[in-house]
Design a protein around this ligand. Sequence first.
Ligand SMILES: NC(=O)c1ccc[n+]([C@@H]2O[C@H](COP(=O)([O-])OP(=O)(O)OC[C@H]3O[C@@H](n4cnc5c(N)ncnc54)[C@H](OP(=O)(O)O)[C@@H]3O)[C@@H](O)[C@H]2O)c1
Length: 199
Amino acid sequence: MSIGIIGSGNIGSAFARALSRNGISATISNSRGPESLKDLVADLGPGIVAGTREEAASAEMVLVAVSWSKLPQALAGLPDWRGRIVLDANNPIEQPDFKLAELGGRLSSEVFTDLVPGARVVKAFNHLTPALLAGDPASEGGRRVLFYSGDDAPAKKNVATLMDRLGFFGIDLGPLSVGGRLVQFPGGPLPALNLVRFG
Ligand SMILES: NC(=O)c1ccc[n+]([C@@H]2O[C@H](COP(=O)([O-])OP(=O)(O)OC[C@H]3O[C@@H](n4cnc5c(N)ncnc54)[C@H](OP(=O)(O)O)[C@@H]3O)[C@@H](O)[C@H]2O)c1
């Protein structure tokens, strides 16, 4: 399954590093174009190439990790998602004040889903710090836990398979309406917990 990444900052890069370490290739993009990513991709490891936002978005599975207020712009004008899988790694807060964005009483994943019409959205890769996401999932023994949630079972199965290949222990939190709430930051009980599955 081809993988694209929109957002080459802390989380997009951490995800790319984890992929590269496990021999999985991906196209990573930002707002400034592939030229600006030359040094970064060299550092991220083999298999990670720089592309345009459109190239990254055309992959079968696309991780989006962009500052909350920039998401509408980052996702605007892309072709219909046509059932491709989009991983929502975003949180509705921004530095420096970490103030919760106005969500109109909805979950951030519900707001996000409206920005990717036709996509099968899976909330994932948003609950750990970038260092833990990029690091060895077995560094403390066992397998570091990642969560995923969504409303499309086959899409979630693909995400579970990817997490497994990366060495993580994936836990299905159910539909977006349930899992999205549990991993939402701030507010949910799970963000930033470095949990490890033993046995
Ligand atoms: N940092 C964490 O600890 C953490 C943990 C979990 C989840 N998250 C969430 O993950 C998301 C990303 O966080 P981050 O820390 O990785 O942010 P970041 O380091 O500031 O990176 C943001 C990325 O978004 C890109 N971007 C902005 N506008 C864009 C556009 N129009 N088109 C394409 N790309 C665009 C930026 O590209 P340019 O550099 O070219 O502008 C940059 O690569 C946020 O929603 C955050 O809440 C963060």
